[in-house]
Design a protein. Sequence first.
Lengths: 205, 695
Amino acid sequence: MSQETNVHPGMNLGYSDGEHEAEVKVFGFWVFVMSDLVTFGLVFAIFGTMAGATAGGPGPEDVTDLKSIALQTALLLGSSFGFSWASLSMKYHNQRWRTLGWLAVAATSALSFLIVEAIDFRDWYHMGAVPQRSGYLSALWALVGLHGLHVAGGLVWMAAMTGQILRYGLTDQIKSRVTRMGLYWHFLDIVWIGIFSMVFLAGVA
Amino acid sequence: MEMTDIFGRLSWADLVLLDVFRSPSVDTAVSSGAAWIMVLGAAAVLVWLTVAGRWGWLWRDWLTTVDHKKIGIMYITLGFIMMARGIAEGVVMRSYQATAYQGGAFLSEEHWAELFSTHGTVMIFFVAMPFITGFMNYLIPLQIGARDMAFPVLNQISLGLTGTGAALVMISLALGGFETGGWTAYPPFTGADFDPGPGPDYWVWSIVLSGFGSMFSGLNFAVTIYKMRAPGMDYLKMPVFCWTALCTSILLIFALPPLTVAGLMQALDRLLGFHFFTNDLGGNMMNYANLFWMFGHPEVYILILPAYGIFSELTATFAAKRLYGYRSLVMATMSIAVISFGVWLHHFFTMGQSPSINAAFGIATAIIAVPTGVKVYVWMATLWRGRIRMTTPMVYMTGFFILFTIGGFSGIILANPAINWQVHNTQFIVAHFHNVLLPGLIFGIFAGIHIWFPKAYGFRLHERAGTITAILWIVGFAMTFLPLYAVGLLGYPRRSAAFDDPAFLPYMYVSLTGAFILLAAFCGLFVTLWISIRNRDSLAVPLGDPWDGRTLEWATPSPPPPWNFPVIPQVSSLDAFAKEKAEGKPYVQPAEYRDIELPAPTSAGMVVMVSTTALGFALTWWIWWLAAAAAFGLVAYFFVRSFFEYPHIVIPAIEVQRVNEAWIEALHLCTPVNRDHEDDPRNRGHAATDMAIAS
Ligand code: HEM
Ligand SMILES: [Cu+2]
């Protein structure tokens, strides 16, 4: 296991001890994401088996507002886009304000996503599409809610990262954390694509 | 403010301690008695800690340490504490069934149901899991030549979460009682309609919270094995135990999510009225069965693989031979890990699938027997013509060999859906799973303790006491559980509160006797420990290699220093230490010493344990303010913590050199002993290897 063969390409840390440490941490985070993916996969599967279990209550046609979903998709992908720029400016420019600027874009966009999603939840509530109504709605709320919770958690994480960058600058430690956060953020996008197509588009197709 | 704002639905009536005074009967005496034993036991420990002035010691040396060796020891200690409860329940249950002819038993049926539910939950999640996690913790870094886990703090947090789960199950003993739906807790029986709580809520939160801990342990071990191996240790030069640990870790990473998902959906059903598993409005309990067993089947391999690892190290070491067929064993382990994800449905053949689906899963199940069989042959071939020392580990191994094979065969029988339809849900199943869990997993753990206890504490365990205890376990097991195969075939259902057929009675009495032998065997473990501590001077093996071991952990003093190795070893072959000894040049010394950085102690694990215990308790009893406070506290703690550089302690090179050279000097002063003197005071842990067969 020579260190050179293992160095992590995403961070520009140079060939130091820190490089091996970052490599271990990023790998560990990949493993976590894998496990989380299994979790989402299972909730998707449960949703799949319950897609027809509306018990006479509101179904996919009632809860799907394609405009809102399109907007949410744009906002979440926009957030990921902003995050990509934050990672790139961290790697190539090493300027803390530039990185922070892009992080702010990513955070604002994700916060807007959550607000639009919350409005959807409120609308469902008002039309009686509450999870207590049917198996289908239980699975819907759980799946969309689980993703939303992940995004909210990510926002707290982003707030911590912002504070740390302000305090310490772009140290190796912080670079490694931002890289892991990036994995998480793009992963949530992929999950959203699944929700978008399998829950909403397929529901009204 | 109302009382319910402060205490949720908790009331005086939930205090099990008082049940016996409110309505005296044998039934309440047993439940209150158990609660009192726990409360007084805990109080005694607290008093002792205070009187003996041990709080600082407990906090500094144990609760805040991130040393993988100490964390491993704490896991195993937790396992033993919980096992005391599990065994006691087992004995009470056997007594119950021996008196259950025509419903004459001395406990209420509800109480009986609670007993098998807590017993199963405790044994699987808080005995078996901590045991194997403890072994993996202790051994992985030492065997791969690393200083610690990849994520030492996360490791401590995992232990905290396991502690949370155990604490919640223990609290249920004194407050409110546990669920009655078995360790599998199938809804809708455990749903809010049939059981408003708090029992199923205790189950959900203890399983979900400790489940996160297990998942993180798996992650930590896997990353450690992938990334932290000593230079030169390719995958195929790893000790077998590490291979089994790697496979178990992979299973933990992928198999825990289904359990978490099932548990949280059950919680949503119970707390917020969702309809995942309810009988009405589109709920579907089959989803629960599938999720649970997608975890549950891999779980049995999570538990047994590390035990296989221990038996593999054991055969090679105590037959003084290289393991026969290392590669086959590795392949077999990997195959088992992969196939174990494709068989879960055999736990509910009778629940409505089409015959072709049942057939597919039946065949997959039978196929798992092939790699398992490979292992048995590998061990046999390793023992063949070896110089076997018939000491305690080998006694356990013998018991394992004979009994586990019976358990394995009954498993192959059960894999056939047609037969399964006949015997499912009978005592035959109870016999089968105890037959693989006790002689397989538990014997493996106890054998492992005899082997590695001297590593951890610097003295051997008393041989005679150990052997007698091992024999008690073997005899006790056979008497308790083998008769259950027969009663199962006679048609006695499992989990049933009473029986009408007098033909079962003789079996019940034999089984009860066996349970008492098992109780004696359990006490035997502590007697062994007691005798060993009293004779620790003559049993001392500080030089570190009492059994002529083959892997890197034996090339350290006992107990190993906190930094494990003065310099990270360079590995060039399988069984590196055995090879060095055979070539006559073990204990290679470093050319130069360097400062060593170790992670500093932290209270993170305790913060997690306290806050998640509060969270689980609050959600069980609907104490919303406490739940919110605990969750917020947890997030805030980690938020703030992330702003601080994690501190390290530095061990100066000179100190490393001093410790290491003192040990080397002691090695030179001590005459190496050969295997004939393994069990006498001459064995100080410096082994004279048998070169002819050590290679
Ligand atoms: C002294 C040793 C033990 C005794 C006397 C004992 C006895 C029992 C009894 C009487 C039952 C209930 C059987 C029924 O449903 O009719 C049971 C269930 C069970 N036992 Fe044990 N047991 C012992 C050790 C263990 C160990 C070491 C483990 C696991 C590591 C274990 C795991 C279980 C499980 C998972 C169940 C199923 C609980 C359920 O039905 O949900 N037991 N045991
Ligand atoms: Cu199974």
